[in-house]
Design a protein around this ligand. Structure first.
Ligand code: DGJ
Length: 326
């Protein structure tokens, strides 16, 4: 009897340890990701939307290098990715897509006012001459997504892009405008389907790959210079307002952003802590199809960003904490 009790106790302790341990997810950088069906995850220039405890990721399918479709994946731990399908497909979603038009940097938002899911992206043509933005809309997060518009927002030439939804639901499309000279901060209409106003910022500073996050009432933006697929210095700017008062761009991290270019910044809100995760593209590693998605925790305070690369780290999605791998 005593022996049985000891055995049961040992089993209970083991179970407890396993349960506790499984709250921590280890993320390792530098390798290709595989989805739950065993296929390479193709979601470059990724955009994210959190719905409950599920993260939806959309991005460029670069498996044929050029003319990417847009793939969607879902995950609860940013490590186990289920392929949800091609939400935007060449020749299917729009007849010109894959022929005279291609997509880069698709980003996903949920519009509370309409109950619709909205994708904004770079909608491009030969030699990056079109310089347009594409808008797609769906009733369900996984689609089907319908083409809504492909044009220069407010008539302004627009390339690399991202989106940002503020606490009050105001949505922004931020893009590299007028032949890569400035950044355009486009405020979107209440239904997120068009731009209503553009504020030109970072004039003649040639920034691209913008990614914005709001931390304790302050907006922080990471961005890169324009060097094609080659990595360059990531810079930080911060402001108390989206359209005014942005600080001077400051270098963060090493000279090539640890061989990445910003795609998104995720906010992991847990019961104990909020952790911010940088998501960047390690392009051409060694070619476009094998470009990697890199994730590591970053932090912001007092106009500063601790942007330190971690090859591996562990994160607890319940508590929001992260820790080094020893
Ligand atoms: C850098 C951009 O950030 C990418 O999205 C892509 O447009 C490449 N340039 C193309 O060279």
């Amino acid at each position: 009897m005593k022996r049985l009790t000891t055995l049961l106790l040992m089993a209970a302790v083991t179970l407890l340890c396993v349960a506790k341990k499984s709250d921590w997810v280890r993320i390792k950088n530098g390798d290709l990701w595989y989805d739950t069906a065993g296929n390479v995850v193709q979601a470059h220039g990724a955009g994210f939307l959190q719905v409950g405890d599920t993260w939806y990721m959309i991005g460029e399918d670069r498996s044929r290098s050029w003319n990417p479709d847009v793939n969607m994946y879902s995950s609860k731990d940013l490590k186990t990715w289920k392929f949800e399908g091609k939400i935007i497909e060449n020749g299917v979603t729009h007849e010109e897509l894959g022929r005279s038009r291609f997509i880069e940097r698709p980003k996903l938002m949920y519009c509370k006012n309409t109950g619709k899911y909205v994708v904004w992206c770079h909608w491009e043509g030969r030699n990056y001459g079109a310089s347009e933005a594409g808008v797609f809309v769906a009733d369900k997060v996984t689609g089907p997504y319908r083409f809504h518009a492909g044009e220069r927002p407010l008539g302004i030439k627009s390339r690399d892009c991202n989106v940002f939804v503020d606490d009050d639901g105001t949505a922004w499309f931020i893009s590299t405008i007028e032949e890569n000279q400035h950044l355009g901060f486009f405020r979107l209409a209440d239904d997120y389907l068009s731009a209503v106003e553009c504020t030109q910022l970072f004039k003649r500073q040639a920034r691209e790959a913008p990614a914005i996050v709001k931390v304790d009432g302050t907006y922080y933006m990471l961005s890169s210079a324009c060097t094609g697929w080659d990595p360059n210095q990531c810079k930080l700017s911060w402001s108390k307002s989206m359209t005014d008062g942005w600080s001077r761009l400051e270098n963060i991290g090493d000279k090539i952003a640890y061989d990445t270019q910003a795609a998104s910044i995720l906010t992991i809100k847990g019961t104990k802590k909020t952790t911010y995760l940088y998501v960047g593209d390690r392009w051409m590693d060694p070619d476009l199809p094998r470009s990697k998605t890199i994730i590591f925790p970053i932090s912001f305070s007092d106009g500063q960003c601790d942007f330190t690369y971690r090859d591996e780290f562990e994160i607890n999605f319940k508590t929001g904490e992260w820790r080094e791998v020893k």
